[in-house]
Design a protein around this ligand. Structure first.
Ligand code: SAM
Length: 278
């Protein structure tokens, strides 16, 4: 290993859900120029890193443990080489980047994070739904069933489900019986569910059913992983209300309502509505 005086930087890059053109421009440009690329191959298709420069070291981290991953990144950095560390979706969600960043901090390796399109966002886009439709749930709980890793007590699924708002479940496809048991008391057996399987991959698939049916439907379809599960009013298929934002009589900072007077154009600072707020 040749030691460089300038350390290379590790870039944690969100690759998006799988579609090669759903990575950010910044993320792709970094993969194109980094001499070392380490990608989470269980969820990031190889084609996404095929733009790495000629001669780059490209490794799939799926079979590597944390020590080996950190060793590869710190050695490259010590040689002055930048590293593209490519994770699925957005790295801030279930990306296990916290532990990598902590180790890099200990080794004084510089790093940056480049966001990506999360699978829940890609699923909503593919389904052409709004996750916070006017008049329906105005919150979405992003969570997961406990699984092998476990979750803190405050994240108990039944307790979160007691809100009855929108929910997007990651990493839970193999625990649907437990999910249904936890959520059915509040949502009821007829609650609408959409399962989005491998969004952005050639074999993507969507199932629409009720909460009572979902475990059996997923088992029939052979879906035990890489699925995002939406539960709640936002997937009930019923028309949403119209928001204030584009209502012609509603005034806000950037538009005067049809029947509003001039003062509506200059609201007090504390009554200002942010652009795009309904
Ligand atoms: C380790 S987590 C990574 C999540 C990722 N960081 C994100 O923002 O989507 C893996 C889980 O994310 C969801 N997931 C990731 N990619 C997906 C895809 N293409 N389609 C559906 N769900 C996906 C599934 O719930 C899967 O079990």
């Amino acid at each position: 290993m040749s030691i460089s005086t300038t350390k290379g930087t590790v870039y944690f890059i969100g690759a998006g859900p799988g579609d090669p053109d759903l990575i950010t421009v910044r993320g792709r440009a970094l993969i194109e120029r980094c001499p070392v690329c380490l990608f989470a191959g269980s969820l990031v298709p190889r084609v996404i890193v095929s733009c790495a420069p000629a001669g780059a070291v490209v490794r799939n981290s799926a079979s590597m443990h944390l020590d080996a991953i950190v060793a590869l990144m710190t050695e490259a950095s010590a040689e002055g080489k930048d590293v593209a560390r490519v994770h699925s979706g957005d790295p801030s969600l279930y990306g296990a980047i916290a532990e990598q960043m902590r180790r890099l901090d200990e080794c004084e390796v510089p790093y940056e994070v480049v966001p990506g399109v999360s699978s829940y966002q890609a699923a909503a886009a593919a389904l052409k739904i709004e996750l916070t439709p006017a008049g329906k749930n105005q919150s979405v709980i992003l969570t997961r069933a406990a699984g092998r890793t476990g979750v803190p007590e405050v994240d108990d699924l039944a307790a979160l489900g007691s809100h009855g708002t929108g929910m997007a479940l990651f990493l839970s496809a193999d625990q649907m019986v437990e999910v249904v048991t936890a959520l059915q008391p509040r949502y009821g057996p007829e609650a609408p569910v959409v399962v989005a399987y491998r969004v952005g991959w050639p074999d993507q698939q969507f199932l629409r059913c009720s909460l009572a049916e979902v475990a059996a439907q997923m088992a029939n379809a052979g879906i035990t992983r890489t699925a995002l599960i939406f539960i709640g009013p936002m997937v009930d298929g019923a028309p949403a209300l119209e928001s204030h934002l584009y209502n012609k009589s509603y005034s806000h900072l950037f538009r005067k309502g049809a029947s509003a007077d001039e003062s509506a154009l200059e609201p007090e600072a504390d009554t200002m509505v942010e652009f795009d707020s309904p």
